[in-house]
Design a protein around this ligand. Structure first.
Ligand code: NAX
Length: 331
């Protein structure tokens, strides 16, 4: 059986609980591919992973390979084909008597985690390793990790697929169509409330979603805030942040990278900007992407942006520049 090594940080967290079974069930990497899973946690929590491992064994999947729990990032990412960086410190946690509320504090604390992880991945993971950052602030964490990894064969992604799935769902509901008919969704920019979930280039049964819905006021004043604030709405309703849908989006992203993108479609994730669409290089930016199914992912070119889109993209670009500035000493 073909084998693949997958490392996941934050292995004892709530997203991981929904994510891990689906990584080793044959669903994500395909039937007949054995998945060796390394679960990485902070030392205070690593023991709990033994319980998770027991449950994964008890699922009895044919594709489950070796299962390892570790607090040692180097052991966890060695020879990894995929690394899912889910673990991070949440907003509101108390560290050294101080409640971490400010985005800038969060950026710096989590940035510190991603320097070590990036170095370990660059040095020890496979030379064509794919890395998906889920832990927030995802784009800037990915920038730090990628910068520290210094390994140009590896490819870093920050997750925007949850935002894309949320956006598709809202467009489908509004249009009264099946979600399977919604394609070409792109989240431009940051995984944050400044994201731009593009309704003009998204298609419903091959036609611009904005044209199908034909309600500019709804698009600009209801749809955008609905998608941008959906994470908060889930927290308010559930008393905890999105977990099952976040895990699902991580699986979607891995599958999108691993398989050939259907002709004419694209998928959404943030990658290092190469200057496409006038976005400055040196930030991790949400783009429309295509995969050839052999590990090569490219930014789709030539997508038209109207004035509304350009103004939204400007705002999210500015935010990413500011985030970069806030962690500049970590880069
Ligand atoms: P939890 O707090 O349930 O779990 C996080 C886990 O990470 C904890 O078990 C913690 O011990 C571990 N951890 C912390 N530092 C670590 C380190 N240095 N190495 C290894 N593990 C470490 O959070 P959960 O709900 O699972 O969310 C995880 C992250 O995903 C958060 O940063 C959250 O903000 C982010 N999200 C990102 C989304 C996206 O679309 N990109 C959406 C969902 C989610 O909000």
């Amino acid at each position: 059986m073909k084998e693949i090594n997958v490392a996941v940080t934050g292995g004892a967290g709530q997203i991981a609980y929904s994510l891990l079974p689906r990584l080793v069930s044959g669903e994500t990497f395909g039937k007949g591919v054995k998945v060796n899973l390394r679960l990485i946690e902070i030392p205070q929590v690593v023991e709990k992973l033994e319980g998770t491992i027991m449950e994964l064994i008890d699922c009895g999947f044919d594709e489950t390979g070796n299962l390892l729990a570790t607090a040692d990032i180097e052991e966890g990412v060695k020879d990894a084909d995929w690394v899912l960086l889910v673990g991070s410190i949440p907003r509101g946690i108390v560290i050294d008597g101080k409640k971490i509320e400010e985005r800038s504090d969060l950026l710096r604390i989590n940035g510190g985690i991603f320097t070590d992880q990036g170095e370990a991945i660059g040095k020890l993971a496979k030379s064509d390793c794919k890395i998906l950052v889920v832990g927030n602030p995802a784009n800037t964490n990915a920038l730090i990790g990628m910068t520290k990894a210094q390994n140009t064969g590896q490819q870093w992604f920050a997750m925007t697929a949850l935002d894309a799935n949320r956006a598709k769902a809202q467009l489908a509901i509004k249009a009264g169509k099946d979600i399977s008919e919604v394609t070409n969704m792109v989240i431009w920019g940051n995984h944050s409330p400044t994201m731009y979930p593009d309704p003009y280039n998204a298609l419903i049964a091959g036609q611009s979603a904005a044209d199908v819905i034909n309600d500019e006021n709804w698009i600009e004043n209801e749809y955008l805030p609905l998608v941008q604030q959906r994470g908060k709405a889930v927290i308010d309703a559930r008393g905890a942040s999105s977990a099952a849908s976040a895990a699902n989006a991580a699986i979607d992203t891995v599958k999108s990278v691993e398989s050939k993108t259907p002709e004419g479609d694209w998928f959404s994730a943030a990658v290092a900007s190469d200057g496409s669409y006038g976005i400055p290089e040196g930030i991790i930016f949400g783009y429309p992407l295509r995969s050839d199914g052999n590990g090569n992912v490219e930014i789709v070119q030539g997508v038209e942006l109207n004035e509304f889109a350009k103004s939204k993209i400007e705002v999210t670009t500015q935010e990413l520049k500011e985030e970069k500035e806030a962690v500049k000493d970590l880069l």
